[in-house]
Design a protein around this ligand. Sequence first.
Ligand SMILES: [Zn+2]
Ligand SMILES: [Zn+2]
Length: 277
Amino acid sequence: MTTITLCDYHMHTPLCGDAIGEYHEYAHYAKTRGLSEIGFTGHCPQYYLPPEKRDGHCSIIEEDLSTYIEDVAKLARKLKGTLEIRTGLEVDYVPEKEGGIPPILDFFNWDYLLLSVHFIDGWAFDDPRQVKTYDKKNVETVYKDYFNILMQGMSTGYFDVVAHFDLPKKFGHRPAQPIPGEEDALRLCKDMGLVLEVNTAGLRKPVKEMYPSLELLKKAFKLGIEVCLGSDAHRPEEVAMNFASALELLKEAGYSQLVCFRNGEKCHYPVPEGYCR
Ligand SMILES: [Zn+2]
Ligand SMILES: [Zn+2]
């Protein structure tokens, strides 16, 4: 039974190609872990590739977008009164290809949109199969390029939430301090009124740390940036995983409230006390 307000706003679906489990299984774990609300955020179609190269790897293919929306709506109707369900999308931002984004945004009245950068000049820097490429790169340049692309994405005004803010750290690659572009990106996040996602998936990766780090979260709090929570679940049992730690981290950074979305508008709820599931 739900007694607190707590939302997980980042999870995938079998249509994403890189996730497993049925929608109702994600919802089951959400209820087990005491959530009041979840949001599915399938990977957007590969608008940034030529049509013949859109293979649906880590993305919903365009033809499946309606199915995705209908499936989530069906589950939402079924669980009405027990678990709120939102329909979102995790949108890859790829510079110079952004013309492909508006048709996807116009396709549906999305509850919210996550901004994600997974590619630097075509290099999927967070793909474990491409991790060796870091050896050929200067880590400072990787971060600089990453934040540069992220800021371009923020500037479009298309998005509501910045997902996994410091993703290049996923495999443990860290530049010397200060990290190039990081502070500028945080300030732009504030200026654009974007919500920063606290994403617990980093704890399940080699870096063993949430996105963003506590240090960044403290800076974000000082800047007045609002936050929401996401597990980035790619399997049902990952829903709300490590949320107790995330809530602790938020409190340590100074936060007392989180963002939820109601009819496309930002609302707030208190960081729950004593959550331990
Ligand atoms: Zn992502
Ligand atoms: Zn994701």
